[in-house]
Ligand binder design. Sequence first.
Ligand code: UN1
Length: 498
Amino acid sequence: MASTLLNATTLNHFIGGNWVGDNKSADVTNPANGETIVHVPLSDGGAVDTAVEAAKKAQKEWAKVPAPQRAEVLFEAGNKMKARKERLAQLLTMENGKVLEEARGEVQEGIDMAFYMAGEGRRLFGHTTPAELPNKFSMSQRCPVGVVGIITPWNFPIAIATWKSFPAIIGGNAVIWKPATETPIMAHELAKILEESGLPKGVLNVVYGKGSTVGDAMVHHDDIRVMSFTGSNDTGRNIASECGKQLKKVSLEMGGKNAIIVMDDADLDLAAEGIVWSAYGTSGQRCTAASRVIVHDDVKERLEERLLAKIEELTIGDGLDETNNVGPIINQAGMEKIQSYIQIGQDEGANLIAGGYVLNDGDLGKGHYVAPTLFTDAKPEMRISQEEIFGPVVSLIPVKSFDEAIEVNNGVSYGLSSSIFTTDANRVFQAQRDLDTGIVYVNAGTTGAEIHLPFGGTKGTGNGHRDSGVQALDVFTEWKAVYIDYSGKLQRAQIDTE
Ligand code: UN1
């Protein structure tokens, strides 16, 4: 059972500053070896009401705390995360499976977000602007929304939680957070850190449970005025339509079908390195993972050779063993979905040239491992080239020109991340203009977003909002326009202006 790192066998909800149990719970297993690490409580949704009551009370006071003082909590949380980085990374690898080096990177992303959003405590800029009448002052300012709901996925259990909760907290809101039940340990650790950093009781509340219970209760609670969600397309669309009826603001991030374009003038060694890292890192379980490579015909064979050589070098296994580069798939359902797409790709007539099988020799059999898989000669319209697989599976799609590459890139229902490898400066600028995604990379893979830039995408990836960056503040604040007339008389806008 539980790793000695955790000092707990069962986790609790965190409501109004209290750690509360539940009569239902589920096992949390390590995807690397199937061992139970801890038990997670499962609310039937009732805990959401208690949490919202606590949050409403806490938020009234929190909103009055000057933002630079709110920031002190986040600075402290950043320091604590920094001091605990290695322990957090190890726990993250145990519950999520990603290799330790990547887990450290993810924790760092959370630390960066803490300091970045703490800095916002002294900015949260609005505008002052001239009023159209004399002796009149006008400005716009950001105001808290109130109680906000966040639902976070298992693939980046701490980073994505910080992208959403820290802007909400610095903005003067109280948060109800439903973390993925596959990865509750990061939620537990982050809540503990915020508690120890002096966050007043009730400003952050964690309720564990399923989407159909806890998520549903959040979506339908009148007093939760914003829902920020990262996860599957179907769930996101559902949340949006339910929240639409209640005029709730919704921010969605629902994945991608990200492509790397490799042009005939590209540095092929660099491109192969970027592809392997973006496609097989985190076992392809990133929203930003590269799952298509759009390659110019003239360099297709040379690129394939390089990719096959690099795939050969990858070692697959438990992420806690630092000699491994690729960890397990999160669970059986995830693995079955990947396997089904490998079959679909073969049935569709794509050419499987690497991987395509599950690894279950010896200890690997206790976990969920899929060999890094590469299809070539895929067609843009095939399902493996259109649908999100969320695993280590890549389709190489040959094209004849730059224009065709852009068209294929944009010819999917998602729009999260894209990349181009080229040494032609004109193509660089054309591509960054024409690639229809929220994130574009030049001469780098599709992963690796930094926290001070907006994260999100176009089309089916989202609904126009962004995580992280200052843009996340727009999700968690309302704009207020303020006019102060100091003329001592009635001045009518648009009328007394002549
Ligand atoms: C995700 O997969 O949802 O850009 C987040 C990246 C990471 C975050 C990924 N910084 O790949």
